[in-house]
Design a protein around this ligand. Structure first.
Ligand code: DX5
Ligand code: ZN
Length: 233
């Protein structure tokens, strides 16, 4: 089956109300998001702490779309099984998280889950080239990972373009994470991205009681990309 390269919006629950994940997820899904992006941070690989497998397992039952788990942890390998058991559909690990990313991607695929590879802004996308046949998704960070609400790094657009060319016709999603809003979204889509993670730009101004704001925010990102063709290889 060919890869679905249509635009997908993946709100990051890092910007949701941490005391109410279940209802927050139900709100963004009913307002039309495509995937749910779950940011796992360890206070070591990145300077912030969020949550681990038990929380992922608890929120899984509220997710009807795709559970996209972004691991900002090192080491990764000892925790892969736990995130797979927690119900992740996609497990993404960072290239910079350890010396054996090839093994990590193999281990993710061995659980039956889709394997993602995330690249920090300081990493040339060419470093992913030898690993592409093990990837279902490559996540290009457009901020330094660790926090929501940071400024988009424009220099990464050129990297997305180069990654798109490297991927060629392999069935691999290109995901963008950090500082995505209606202004930056079309720039990365034009460069070849098909999955847009957005935390603050989706949750800004809304709440579970005012979920239509989430819908407006998702709609604004979608509309901004409407006339942009996702770059082919
Ligand atoms: C950053 C996280 C992102 C973040 C995006 O470390 O991986 O997913 O929550 O948030 P915004 O869209 O606010 O930059
Ligand atoms: Zn993320």
């Amino acid at each position: 089956m060919p890869l679905d390269r249509t635009l997908k919006i993946a709100p990051s629950i890092l910007s949701a109300d941490f005391a109410d994940f279940g209802r927050e997820i139900e709100a963004i899904e009913s307002e039309g998001c495509d995937w749910v992006h779950v940011d796992v941070m360890d206070g070591h690989f990145v300077p912030n702490l969020t949550f681990g497998p038990p929380l992922c397992k608890a929120i899984r039952k509220h997710i009807n779309t795709v559970m996209d788990v972004h691991l900002m942890i090192a080491p990764v390998d000892p925790y892969i099984e736990a995130f797979a058991d927690a119900g992740a559909d996609i497990i993404t690990a960072h290239l910079e998280a350890g010396p054996h990313t090839h093994r990590t991607l193999q281990a993710i695929r061995a659980t039956g889950k889709k394997a993602g590879l995330a690249l920090n802004p300081g990493t040339p996308v060419e470093a992913a080239q030898p690993l592409l046949d093990l990837c279902d998704l490559v996540c290009v960070m457009t901020v330094n990972p660790g926090f929501g609400g940071q400024k988009f790094i424009h220099g990464q657009i050129e990297q997305v373009r180069r990654l798109r060319a490297l991927i060629g016709d392999r069935p691999i999603h290109i995901e963008i994470d950090g500082g995505v809003d209606p202004e930056t979204a079309p720039l990365v889509v034009e460069a070849g991205a098909d999955v847009l993670v957005a935390g603050s730009a989706v949750f800004r101004g809304g709440s579970v009681e005012n979920a239509e704001i989430y819908g407006n925010n998702i709609g604004a990102i979608r509309r901004a990309c409407e006339n942009v063709t996702i770059q082919a290889a």
